[in-house]
Design a protein around this ligand. Sequence first.
Ligand SMILES: [Fe+2]
Ligand SMILES: [Fe+2]
Length: 261
Amino acid sequence: MKILFLGDIVGRPARDYLKDLLPDLRKSLSLDAIIANAENVAGGSGITPDTARELFNCGIDVITSGDHIFKKSEVKEVLEKMDVLRPLNYGPLAAGKGWLVKEISAGGKIAVINLQGRVFMQPIDCPFKAVRDILEDVRLETKIIVVDVHAEATSEKLALGFFLSGKVSAVFGTHTHIPTADERIIDDFTAYITDAGMTGSFDSILGREKHKIIEKYITNMPVHFDLAGRDVRAQGVIVEIEETTGRALSIKRVEYRQDDK
Ligand SMILES: [Fe+2]
Ligand SMILES: [Fe+2]
């Protein structure tokens, strides 16, 4: 089974590019599933029913998220009715779900789990305990398990990668919007990368207009962060997973550029 995972999708420029990119890519690479983090898809922060639908319509199967998930009030509908996750360790009282199982078109089932880190982030439940408590239930459904760890600290993401090695097919980091060059297969079983990167403008700072961010750093004053739209790229990884065992066979970093089209 071949899966494409995309890092944080930022705003309309990214959505417009994915509409062009994904249908062809799915066919040409024979992708079985596409998973993407879309916590920044609506105006750069949060997700709405319309923006989620746009992503599903271009071929994304499951959407993960992170600390921006509750930024838009319409998010409840998204979390209740669509294959969109919020981090599992927000706890049982938060709206939405932290994992799901999806039947994919090629047959077979894939489980997706969304976790969020706690280092340099808001205080929430322990991601290690949260995922440990559900793993047995998830494994009853399918052996193909993909985890998005949305976290700031590289060490926390790597710790979760090793914690989950041999138990899940893949652990992908998100949130920093900057890809790391450490993709590997841990213990000959679990595909891992500390950060998958970003889908959005690269003439920007994390998808936002760079001069606005610089102004914020210089003045310490509140600044409205406009979205940037130049040099749009889609970054992520492609993993191949053995369906009978759930073992990852390969992981490869990818980057697609709108300007190349
Ligand atoms: Fe993000
Ligand atoms: Fe984030």
